[in-house]
Design a protein around this ligand. Structure first.
Ligand SMILES: Cc1ncc(COP(=O)(O)O)c(C=O)c1O
Length: 427
């Protein structure tokens, strides 16, 4: 499997009979049975990540951040591991409820919650609504929301793509410290319970430094809350953020190291300020499902455009994975039907969409690609299908879960009829 770093493929990936096998199921079988593009989730990898969080934080409330990939079956699997859900829209709440997640394990986010969303949170008995704006306070009280956290923005620049940085000065998320203090005071005056604070500094973090600094900051802020309001947080929700390896050279901390470091720092910061140790909530998304997923594409046109650029066009692209266009995201790939063949050169993997920017991978070493080959792109379990579109009226792909030699559909492929059903048509 030249050109591929170990650590990007799901845990169960292997080469058997000259082809890539995931969860005991051959890539060619998956492609024939379910079609392509297809997002394949490995149950073993998902559960290993879920259990690593549990091992590192046995007493925390663990929530799957549904935005990474809203899917009822994955939510059910995670619920069986004791996970709840972090949701930020009515739609994400609907997924959590459809998976049977009880309200006491649901936390509701959003920087612009509608009254309808606040009422739905209250009706679902959500454990906490995370206040993100001063104007939310009266609306949350009117919606009969009971318990809240206040999201605070420390002004820390996480070392990640600007689009997924969320706690810098000027962020649209959360409240800067003076407004957060004001929110706690006003929310309590309005009869809301304010149980604690929330912080999420960004996603795809490949180190712990910014997270550590933000926890130190939070400890000092909690001490300010005590001094100014006579209130201190019983709950601290540290959000998500741990990154995964997409390409060679990226070395994210392990889940256990990341969480152990954060919890250790929290204990230290709270002790430093003489605060009561709080209960903790964690909201991982990418680091739970990112590695578990891999996308299978069928290779179509192979075209030499210049002496140095040969395009390998696949049957999807920016509609099923817009991360390269959004964040300059990089991926590795392999030919799933010939993973052990020697590479013949470097190729540019493009999609089938009507934009020159529809490039999935700028350069990847592959055996000579041919029409009909299966291309596997690892680490596509998070923020791919959830960011997918119908650009060029392309139906969105199916997703399957594989384990123990079996595959089951967890999201069906969209059809042209699904797309046309949205159209207003004269009868
Ligand atoms: C409030 C909140 N919690 C959790 C997450 C999940 O982050 P990640 O997928 O990086 O773990 C996000 C993602 O942006 C978020 O905004």
């Amino acid at each position: 499997m030249d050109g591929l770093t170990t650590g990007t493929l799901p845990d169960s990936a292997a080469v058997e009979g000259g082809e890539l096998v995931v969860g005991g199921v051959a890539a060619s079988t998956l492609a024939e049975r379910f079609g392509t593009p297809l997002v394949v989730y490995c149950e073993e990898t998902l559960l290993a990540a879920a259990r690593a969080y549990r091992e590192a934080a046995p007493n925390a409330l663990l929530l799957y951040s549904v935005k990474a990939f809203p899917n009822v079956e994955l939510l059910r699997l995670l619920a069986a591991e004791g996970y709840g859900a972090d949701v930020s829209t009515l739609g994400e709440l609907a997924y959590a409820r459809a998976a049977g997640i009880p309200g006491e394990r649901i936390v509701v986010h959003g920087n612009n919650k509608s009254d309808e969303e606040l009422r739905a949170a209250a009706e679902a008995g959500a454990r906490f609504v995370v206040l993100d704006a001063l104007d939310e306070i009266e609306r949350a009280a009117a919606a009969a929301v009971r318990s809240t956290l206040v999201r605070v923005t420390p002004g820390i620049e996480a070392d990640t793509h600007p689009a997924i940085r969320t706690a810098h000065h000027g962020s649209k998320f959360g409240l800067p410290p003076d407004q957060a203090l004001e929110a706690i005071r006003r929310a309590r005056d309005a009869g809301l319970e304010v149980a604690g604070l929330h912080l999420h500094i960004g996603s795809q973090l490949l180190g712990v430094d910014a997270a550590r600094a933000s926890i130190d900051w939070l400890g000092a802020f909690a001490a300010d809350c005590r001094a100014e309001l006579g209130w201190e947080p019983e709950i601290v929700d540290l959000g998500g953020g741990l990154g995964i390896q997409y390409v060679e050279g990226e070395r994210p901390p392990t889940i256990v190291d990341f969480v152990t470091t954060l919890l250790g720092r929290l204990g230290h910061a709270w002790a430093l300020h003489g605060l009561e140790q709080p209960s903790v909530i964690l909201e991982p998304g990418r680091s739970l499902v990112g590695h578990a997923g891999l996308t299978l594409y069928r290779v179509g046109v192979v075209k030499q455009a210049t002496e140095t650029t040969t395009f390998v066009a696949v049957d999807g692209g920016m509609s099923d994975n817009p991360r390269p266009q959004l964040y300059g995201a990089r991926y590795e790939a392999l030919l799933a039907n010939r993973p052990d063949e020697e590479p013949a050169g470097s190729y540019t993997v493009c999609g089938k969409h009507c934009e020159s920017g529809d490039v999935l991978i700028e350069s990847v070493r592959l055996p000579e690609p041919r029409r009909g080959d299966l291309l596997a792109v690892p680490a596509t379990g998070a923020y791919t299908l959830s960011l997918a579109s119908n650009y060029n009226a392309v139906p969105r792909p199916a997703a399957v879960l594989v384990a123990d030699g079996k595959a089951r559909l967890i999201r069906r492929r969209e059809t042209l009829d699904d797309l046309l059903a949205l159209e207003a048509r004269a009868t």
